[in-house]
Design a protein around this ligand. Structure first.
Ligand code: IFM
Length: 722
């Protein structure tokens, strides 16, 4: 088995949507779905842009898909050779993880179409593809290529006022409806055969029709270059896109691919986890890291990663807690500069979080549950549609999932712990933590009949139980955030008193600081050693039935299990790791016995209805020394996008796409779980807990500016510098 690529042989129309995700390529600036060269909106072909959002009318606000500059459809003697229309005698599709390429190989009666496609890892605005056409009959070949502006959107259209230019470089320009952001796509083509070319503008784009006489046995190569710029990249995106295409044309495809592959190789040198003993798992882990690298916004320095990556507009292209809790760990251990950039997004969106807290009548920073550009809250009050009535259902994710602010503070603190670098705190991280802590101070209640401090009416990670009191995970995150605010002021009081004094003064924080000291110890979840921790007040009183019982109550398989009338809401069945996630994120607080007790209680009661769930269970199983129990969760997390698992539709809403959190979770299980890597005060230790299927793990980590290579076997571990 080649652990660096994945190939699917044969064509099955039912795989169209899944393959769009499975074979995705991207570079953080844009993602190109794994569709065929000749496909369009019907097959969900899309060039999904990072950080450019638009709202059409009162539909959901979502990221913008750019026009497709790599479209290419071949006809021979008038017969269209399109997968899904003409029957292929053979077909395969491959994504190559090490090189970051997509390829297809399709045999029709009249010709064989092979293509390779890249979204350049070296030049964020550039895409290219090379088509190799081998003819089986003599005849007139017509390749229609160009820039297609009739594109797939979930809540679109988003681009208006299209204008086109023909010539050696084709150009399509349009503007978004809401914010009037220009989006420009250019295309250039090179054909290896003597040909005629006609160009035309239609209401679906600007095209060139490349016609030539083909001979049986002859192979013709056609190379396409496309460039994408938007108004977010600076002025005159059209000119820049055209200029980049001209440059690519003169550099040539081989040169672009060489630069692209070199950039990918560097990423792998920094991050590849060599897993020996199980090729299937090794490939799934490579696939996971591949997807993470394909969507990491290295070009920006202040963007984060949407919950479905760059695979489309699902979840409104928004940034969730997934970024800080599930994606950040891999980057902070392998590419700290990128981890810093992801957190910078939260610094820059702090004004949005302050506004949101104020809207709800609180002080401090309440981060959006689904964050878009500038910290705009993308989460609606009606985030689910009832499958029976087709009516929107009031959900409370936006208002009550307050653990988000603590999750963000947690990542800022981990960044400091692992890198030892306080510069991010100075750049705004300290302000983020202080404002998040202040939010919890103003959100908490103190009982009149006692000293307890409580967080009432919240939603924890388990979204099937809305509006609960004292969710253990939320209370712990809030307490941790408050305690980190205090720790930070102490660290700066020693190292840079002028900085912290000025900040506390600017934020008028003196009274809050005093309050934090008394409040946070009272908020921590109280539990006795080795006991099962109640997920929230009253959870144990809910009906304790099996997952199968609850599943059996469904009247429709797409029914939502949560909200008031959901089948899980009045039972102990939960959507995803909640208490288990708390024990995974705060291992020092819980003995192995407590972790195990809680795992054994909650795991059978967990639907794992979210792709975020498996990795938390695997991590904790490693903690209490049972990597064998972690294995199934590891495979599930790592192979999620290869297997095409996860939910694709919720009622009439498409919720499919890639699963970055599970991808990040797979790395966490391998490195933090199986290898037991831990970094405290700049010291690296490992405590191997390899499952029987794995003989060794070898991986790089970067700690306090130094790179190490860690090797873990069943007999122990070692580290080398460099
Ligand atoms: O952030 C998650 C949430 O925990 C469960 N629903 C999907 C979101 C995005 O992945």
């Amino acid at each position: 088995m080649d652990i660096w690529s994945y190939t699917q042989n044969g064509y099955n129309a039912d795989d169209t949507v899944t393959n769009g995700n499975r074979f995705l390529i991207g570079n953080g600036y844009m993602g190109y779905r794994g569709t065929m060269d000749e496909w369009g909106r019907g097959e969900m072909a899309a060039v999904n842009l990072a950080g450019v959002y638009d709202q059409n009318g009162d539909q959901w606000r979502e990221p913008v898909n750019a026009p497709n500059g790599l479209f290419a459809k071949l006809s021979v003697n008038g017969e269209e050779l399109s997968l899904g229309k003409a029957e292929p005698s053979a077909h395969s599709q491959t994504v190559h993880f090490r090189r970051g390429t997509h390829s297809r190989d399709t045999e029709f009666a009249a010709a064989r179409i092979q293509s390779e496609r890249i979204v350049s890892a070296a030049e964020p605005h550039l895409l290219a593809s090379r088509l190799t056409l081998t003819f089986k009959t003599d005849g007139r070949a017509e390749l229609t290529t160009g820039i297609v502006t009739d594109i797939w959107d979930i809540n679109g259209p988003h681009l208006f006022g299209h204008s086109y230019q023909t010539g050696a470089v084709l150009l399509a320009e349009a503007r978004t409806g809401e914010l009037d952001i220009p989006v420009a796509v250019a295309q250039a083509a090179q054909c290896g055969a003597a040909h005629d070319e006609k160009q035309e503008v239609t209401d679906t784009g600007v095209y060139r029709r490349i016609c030539f006489d083909a001979k049986a046995g002859e192979t013709v190569a056609v190379t396409l270059f496309s460039a994408v710029f938007t108004g977010m990249d600076g002025p005159e995106p059209g000119k820049r896109a055209a200029a980049l295409c001209e440059q690519a044309l003169s550099d040539g495809y081989e040169c672009l691919v060489a630069a692209h592959e070199a950039a990918w190789e560097k990423l792998w040198q920094n991050s590849a986890v060599e897993l020996s003993g199980c090729d299937e798992a090794a490939r799934a882990l490579n696939a996971s890291l591949y997807h993470l690298h394909s969507i990491a916004p290295r070009h920006a320095g202040n963007l984060s990663i949407p919950a479905r990556g760059l695979s489309g507009q699902t979840y409104k292209g928004a940034i969730f807690w997934d970024s800080e809790v599930f994606l950040f760990p891999v980057f902070v251990h392998t590419e700290p500069e990128l981890a810093k950039a992801l957190l910078r997004y939260r610094i820059e969106t702090l004004p949005g979080a302050l506004r949101k807290a104020a809207e709800y009548g609180f002080r401090g920073a309440f981060y959006p549950w689904e964050s878009q550009e500038g910290g705009a809250e993308g989460c609606t009050n009606y985030n689910v549609t009832d499958v029976f009535t087709h009516r929107p259902v009031r959900t409370y994710f936006r208002d009550r999932q307050i653990h988000i602010s603590g999750d963000i503070a947690y990542a800022f603190w981990r960044y400091y712990e692992i890198t030892g670098d306080l510069s991010l705190m100075r750049e705004g991280g300290a302000e983020v933590i202080l404002q998040c802590a202040r939010f919890y101070l103003s959100r908490a209640h103190r009982r009149v009949d006692g000293d307890d401090v409580e967080l009432l009416d919240v939603i924890g990670p388990d979204e099937y139980h809305e509006r609960v009191n004292n969710n253990a995970f939320t209370n712990q995150m809030a307490a941790h955030c408050m305690s980190r605010a205090l720790a930070l002021t102490e660290i700066f009081a020693e190292s840079d008193p002028a900085f912290i004094d000025a900040l506390l003064q600017k934020l008028d924080y003196k009274d809050d600081l005093a309050r934090l000291k008394t409040v946070y110890p009272l908020l921590r979840p109280v539990f006795a050693e080795g006991e099962v921790i109640e997920q929230f007040d009253g959870y144990f009183a809910l009906e304790d039935c099996s997952l199968e019982t609850v599943r059996g109550r469904l009247l429709d398989e797409r029914e939502y299990w949560g909200t008031n009338h959901g089948v899980a809401a009045h039972t102990q069945i939960i959507k995803q790791a909640d208490v288990v996630a708390m024990t995974a994120l705060f291992p020092a607080l819980f003995s192995d016995e407590t972790v195990e007790r809680n795992w054994r209680y909650y795991e059978p009661r967990t639907e794992h209805g979210s792709s975020l769930s498996a990795c938390m269970h695997a991590l904790t199983a490693c903690c209490f020394g049972r990597p064998d129990l972690a294995w199934e969760h590891f495979i599930k997390s790592a192979s999620i996008d290869l297997a095409g698992g996860g939910k694709h539709w919720a009622g009439e809403i498409y919720i499919g796409g890639t699963h970055p959190a599970a991808n990040g979770g797979a790395w966490m299980i391998a490195v933090l779980g199986f290898a037991g890597l831990s970094v405290r005060d700049g010291e690296i230790t490992a405590s191997p807990r390899l499952p029987p299927q794995i003989t060794s793990l070898r991986f790089p980590v970067t700690v306090r500016g130094k790179r190490y290579r860690i090797t873990v076997t069943h007999d122990g571990w070692s580290r080398e510098e460099g």
